[in-house]
Design a protein around this ligand. Structure first.
Ligand SMILES: Cc1cc2nc3c(=O)[nH]c(=O)nc-3n(C[C@H](O)[C@H](O)[C@H](O)COP(=O)(O)OP(=O)(O)OC[C@H]3O[C@@H](n4cnc5c(N)ncnc54)[C@H](O)[C@@H]3O)c2cc1C
Ligand code: FES
Length: 246
């Protein structure tokens, strides 16, 4: 874990209530996809955890995509380039892509889609066949489709109301695709549970639970696994399929 000051280089609205922020600073502690950063905001006691969407090592740029859902993220949405943010980086275990198979699915739902981009690129770069399944409520909320396609990663979109892609939840796409031999998923817990139940193969699941300290000190994010109690912020947010106790 590293604490650093980051300069906001960009903060743009990419969909209703969704923003992409580029931050420049020391990103050396960010080592694997699926990790998160914890952002201090003026006037808020607790930092706000946001997954790493992408990194550009040559420019020292960290990208995050966040949904404005409350006072903290609303405040972030109003920030402008040139502002500075105090950010804890290198948090969480991240995805272990070495465990992936030859035909891997990355699955993201809503605000859980952003971390799957760097994850998919890392899998692509390691020679795996990777397809992305991204689920949203409606067409207006769809993000990242072009970005995945531009990176050469096939992407299947689902929307709950059928206004874009396959109608239904991400599991509707799973039913339409060849069975994968491994999955990496991030999204709301009901989505993770549905993917868990719908797939026979192994996988890793990123839980974006509510957090306190974000670095293992307060036990506020403890959960029971088959291998004992784990702190989602430090021992997770990624859990292996075989250890999850719902
Ligand atoms: C490891 C991790 C990674 C995350 N990555 C992302 C990300 O990449 N993009 C993104 O948009 N969000 C992400 N989140 C969720 C994000 O941290 C919260 O949405 C944010 O902290 C809310 O702050 P707020 O002050 O705006 O809202 P608050 O005022 O604290 O809460 C407003 C509303 O949001 C809900 N909420 C608060 N925290 C969460 C949460 N963790 N999950 C779901 N709902 C929540 C509350 O129940 C409440 O209804 C992540 C959370 C964790 C733990
Ligand atoms: S949030 Fe404090 S231990 Fe996880």
């Amino acid at each position: 874990m590293k604490q650093g000051l980051f300069e906001i280089k960009e903060n743009i609205r990419i969909a209703p209530d969704m923003y992409e922020m580029a931050l420049q600073g020391d990103i050396s502690a960010i080592t694997v996809p699926g990790q998160f950063v914890n952002i201090a905001l003026d006037g808020f006691y607790l930092r706000r955890p946001i997954s790493v969407h992408d990194v550009d090592r040559s420019l020292g740029i960290l990208r995050i995509i966040y949904k404005a859902v409350g006072k903290g993220t609303d405040a972030m949405a109003c920030m402008t380039p040139g502002g500075m943010l105090d950010v804890l980086t290198g948090l969480g275990n991240g995805f272990d892509i070495q465990r992936a198979g030859e035909n891997t699915l990355v699955i993201g739902g809503g605000a859980g889609a952003p971390p799957m981009f760097w994850t998919a690129k890392a899998l692509r770069d390691s020679g795996r066949n990777v397809t992305a399944v991204l689920g949203f409520n409606t067409a207006k909320e769809v993000i990242l489709q072009q970005k995945f396609e531009a990176a050469g990663i096939p992407v299947v979109i689902t929307t709950a109301d059928g206004s874009a892609g396959i109608k239904g939840f991400v599991t509707a796409a799973l039913a339409a695709l060849p069975a994968p031999d491994y999955t990496f998923s991030c999204g709301p817990e009901p989505m993770l549970r549905a993917v868990y139940d719908a797939t026979a193969c192994g996988g890793q699941f990123s839980f974006e639970e509510r957090m306190g300290c974000g670095f293992g000190a307060c036990m506020g994010c403890s959960c029971e696994t088959k291998y004992g109690t784990k702190r989602i912020c430090k021992d997770g947010p990624v859990l292996e399929k075989e250890e999850i106790r719902w």
